[in-house]
Design a protein around this ligand. Structure first.
Ligand code: SF4
Ligand code: SF4
Length: 278
């Protein structure tokens, strides 16, 4: 028996909303007996894409974080349901029974991820069920995964060592969206946005971009280096939040520059001028 999970690579997500639309196409107005009541035509997002604006003028970047039910091992929604209204299948998928859960509004607020919607017409709580009705008739993936044009969503059997998801999880460091909930989620992430430090280095005397110049960033535990591009731009990505760093820029013939930064926010240092030794 499989144990299904999903890996979401935020670096590949372009915020196109295909996953959201295909989920709505599958469930809005369509009931699947034993799996889900028909979702309303408007208002439900069983998968949503969180837009995250990073940085500020003059350097702003967008990140997108797809979010859906995490199909947790320690699912608080299961505990909240009465009469076995929410249950985990042997393949790990957490299902809200569309008949037993009628009237059980308390299930909605039991999920700390806030991914359960209330269907006012059917008087039932609803959420992603990994398209269990499709998997049970032989489909390989939920609709959201199938429709993602960039491969940002990877679905598969976590217990199958040969599955793509197991292979990637073996080679890549993944994390949970909210590890503090401690729910043993079966949806994991790579590339969740962290913090960046960036800037542009300019030779003051020549008013010229400093191309191919090594930049050093360090704190108590690590040292990273990068090089400026043809426009003098550099960037350090994926930095831990709320940490102090020291940036060092040196070039023979120029005064060394050291800048202290704290990653409580993303940091764009703008133009950094290197002054020649006199
Ligand atoms: S993410 Fe929320 S709804 Fe999904 S299984 Fe976990 S507790 Fe239940
Ligand atoms: S379909 Fe894929 S790329 Fe588009 S928003 Fe969803 S996860 Fe991101």
């Amino acid at each position: 028996m499989a144990r299904y999970g999903m890996l979401i690579n935020c670096e590949k997500c372009i915020g196109c909303y295909n996953c959201v639309l295909s989920c709505q196409d599958e469930f809005c107005g369509n009931a699947y007996e034993g799996y889900a009541a028909a979702a309303p035509i408007e208002g439900h997002n069983w998968i949503r894409v969180i837009d995250k604006e990073r940085g500020r003028f003059s350097k702003v970047k967008m990140a997108y974080i797809p979010k859906t039910c995490m199909h947790c091992e320690n699912a608080t929604c299961i505990e909240a349901g009465q009469d076995n209204a929410v249950y985990r299948r042997s393949d790990g998928i957490v299902i809200i029974d569309p008949e037993k859960a009628v009237g059980q509004r308390q299930i909605v607020t039991a999920c700390p991820y806030r991914v359960i919607e209330w269907n006012e017409k059917e008087q039932v709580p609803q959420k992603c069920n990994m398209c269990a009705h499709l998997l049970d008739r032989g489909e390989k993936e939920p609709r959201c995964v199938e429709s993602c044009p960039t491969g940002a969503l990877i679905f598969g059997d976590l217990d199958d060592e040969e599955s793509a998801i197991s292979q990637i999880l073996k080679q890549t460091a993944s994390e949970k969206l909210c590890p503090e909930f401690n729910l043993e989620e079966k949806v994991s992430y790579t590339g969740l946005p962290k913090r960046f430090i960036s800037g542009t280095v300019v030779y003051k005397d020549k008013n010229e971009c400093a191309e191919d110049l090594e930049i050093e960033l360090h704190n108590k535990t690590e040292t990273r280096t990068t090089k400026t591009n043809g426009f003098g731009d550099f960037e350090f990505e994926g930095l831990e939040a709320s940490k102090s760093f020291s940036l060092k820029i040196s070039k023979p013939g120029y005064k060394e520059k050291r800048i202290r930064c704290n990653t409580s926010v993303d940091i764009h240092l703008g133009d950094i001028y290197l002054l020649p030794h006199v």
